[in-house]
Design a protein around this ligand. Structure first.
Ligand code: AKB
Length: 313
């Protein structure tokens, strides 16, 4: 059997930073090549500069490192995407095509492509949004993810390329900072709390969104990628959820640990994006097909976030 040798794009991003580490622990540091446009510091395995828009450079790395799987994390997220929609579309789609084409031509074993709750729009059922639901997103990020999910499915049906995907909700972790998303407030709020600073939230107090704690997100990603191919019935992207909360609820959870913590609300353009997304997600397809089970609820996540972010006594 071939060794698993992995290339990650966007390895310096919020999820990439943690996923790279987890993959190295699983498959051995030398077998995981971290790539990014940004400089990658403090690596304990191979890394390379890569502009994911450069298909020839991607192909050269795949051959040089004898890569068997790609985790394609490069993307412009929802809030940043709205500032320059055509640029976001170009980056999100061109990089995906490069990955799919290199994977097809070099006959790679597997590709991971994250999608997002941003694929849903106002027409979708807002509570417990089903796996198969109308997809009319209102952001260019969401449009690119709907298109990407369908291309993933196309490459599977047409070429037999084993592309797997989940629709991430907001991801919260202490190891890295998110950039350019609508759910980013739920990370930022913990940094303010441990620094004893008040927090001004760019969403309204009662805006519920689906969220997932980083350890669950990483474990879910690895479980999906390691599941037998016969179990994967969804070839677009799986709904995935851990919890659902509003800014007021996360503030209350923090106040149980940090009694003086205060929050106010100053909604900006991201409110309209959040209002177009689900409040909660039905992830029963992932539960049935590959036994997905989240472990963290809001208070468990808050305890763990504050423990990791607090300065030592
Ligand atoms: C964003 O807010 O854009 C992302 C996402 C939900 O995909 N975190």
């Amino acid at each position: 059997m071939k060794d698993t040798r992995i290339l990650i794009t966007g390895a310096g991003g919020q999820i990439g930073t943690v996923l790279t580490q987890a993959l190295r622990e699983r498959y051995g540091s030398d077998n995981v090549l971290a790539t990014d446009l940004r400089p990658l510091l403090d690596q304990d395995g191979p890394s390379a500069h890569l502009d994911a828009l450069d298909g020839a450079a991607l192909d050269a790395l795949v051959q040089q490192y004898k890569i068997t799987q790609i985790y394609h994390l490069t993307a412009i997220l929802s809030a940043t995407g709205e500032k320059d929609p055509q640029k976001a579309w170009n980056i999100n789609m061109t990089s995906l095509f490069n990955v799919l084409e290199v994977a097809r031509q070099r006959e790679l074993d597997r590709v991971y492509y994250p999608s997002s709750i941003a694929v849903f729009g106002k027409e979708a059922k807002r509570e417990n949004t089903p796996q198969y639901e109308v997809l009319i997103p209102e952001t260019v990020y969401g449009i690119s993810k709907v298109a990407g999910e369908n291309w993933a499915s196309y490459y599977f049906q047409r070429y037999g390329l084993d592309v797997r995907s989940v629709r991430y909700p907001g991801i919260i972790g202490y190891q890295s900072l998110p950039g350019g998303g609508t759910t980013d407030y739920a990370v930022d709020i913990y940094h303010h709390a441990v620094q004893q600073k008040p927090f001004s939230c760019f969403l309204k107090a009662d805006t519920a969104l689906p969220m997932l704690y980083m350890p669950d997100a990483i474990r879910g990603t690895l479980e999906l990628m390691e599941a037998p191919a016969a179990n994967i019935s969804v070839r677009t992207s799986y709904n995935l959820s851990g919890m659902s909360f509003t800014p007021a609820e996360i503030a209350t959870s923090i106040q149980k640990q940090v009694p003086g913590f205060s929050i106010d609300y100053a909604p900006d353009f991201r409110q309209a994006i959040a209002d177009s997304w689900p409040a909660s997600i039905d992830d029963s397809a992932a539960r049935n097909d590959w036994n997905w089970r989240p472990e963290y609820d809001l208070d468990a996540m808050t305890r763990d976030m504050l423990a990791h972010l607090s300065p030592p006594l």
